[in-house]
Ligand binder design. Sequence first.
Ligand SMILES: Nc1nc2c(ncn2[C@@H]2O[C@H](COP(=O)(O)OP(=O)(O)OP(=O)(O)O)[C@@H](O)[C@H]2O)c(=O)[nH]1
Ligand SMILES: [Mg+2]
Length: 317
Amino acid sequence: MLGKLSDSLKRSRKGMFLKIRDVLKRSRISNEDVEEIEELLILGDVSADIAEELTNELRKRLKIQRDLSPLEVLKEIMKEDLREENKDNITYSKPYVILVVGVNGVGKTTAAAKLAKRYIEEGKSVLLGAADTFRAAAIEQLQAWGKKVGAEVIAHKTGADAGAVAYDTVKAAIARDINVAIIDTAGRLHTKHNLIEELKKISRVIKKVKPSSPEEVLLVLDATTGQNSIKQAHIFKEAVGVNGLIVTKLDGTAKGGTILSIKREFAIPVKFIGIGEGVDDLKPFNADEFVDAMFEGGNNGWEKGLLAQEDDLSSLR
Ligand SMILES: Nc1nc2c(ncn2[C@@H]2O[C@H](COP(=O)(O)OP(=O)(O)OP(=O)(O)O)[C@@H](O)[C@H]2O)c(=O)[nH]1
Ligand SMILES: [Mg+2]
């Protein structure tokens, strides 16, 4: 699993993480080295504020956590940042309604289908809702996915009211005693107020059928988008609330630092990551595994024991 994840993340790693690893391999880590790491983090799409916070923390801990190699210290900071207790509520009343949201092209429809497949494999019944009535062919795309993964799709015509589709999906899921209803939504542009309004309406309308719904709003972010993802997270969080992130296309980016920024800035957990176009390329996010995979490979000569131990002023390590 780590092997495949690490293969898929190769491109992400080559950018920021391996360069950081090279810096932290140096026998002594100076203030300048930490500044270099700060720059590398920013180049890797970590926002400037968060890069500063992370490197301040690194400076502090390098001095006290002497039993760990510098790289292990940084990895530990990142893992602590990204770790999330599993708060999944298993005592929900059926159906567990998931709203998949995000700007256009990030991978919402694909993620909805991949999620459906995961649940079906767990033995749960799944209904998909084609609430992207905006883009031509969106409905057919979801229907094709539905066939592939073995989930039925509730759909109206292109141009129909998205709220009505969502309403029907939840209603049908209740009537059929379905475990999970996953609603795909339009690739709305966050700058278009009316599209955000439509999403708010979907959320309002399904509450009429099931007041506790949506049980989960998953925001899909494209890892190759970089800093703009932060703006997107902000807007969607304000508009409909977001309980979790799906970060897609991690296989196709030379960066990948967005995950670190978003978790620190919004405290929204990353639930899944997309590492390819295939139906099995959606993985539950595991912080430790993710950070290890990002830094994986290479020689271990810099590991604990080979570090310079003297404590002079120009050197943090
Ligand atoms: N490499 C890679 N491609 C992905 C991943 N997730 C989605 N894609 C691709 O991204 C493209 C867009 O995916 P969609 O699922 O249609 O995106 P969407 O957000 O539903 O798009 P709209 O409905 O137009 O807003 C497709 O070609 C997907 O195969 C991923 O994790 N890795
Ligand atoms: Mg779509």
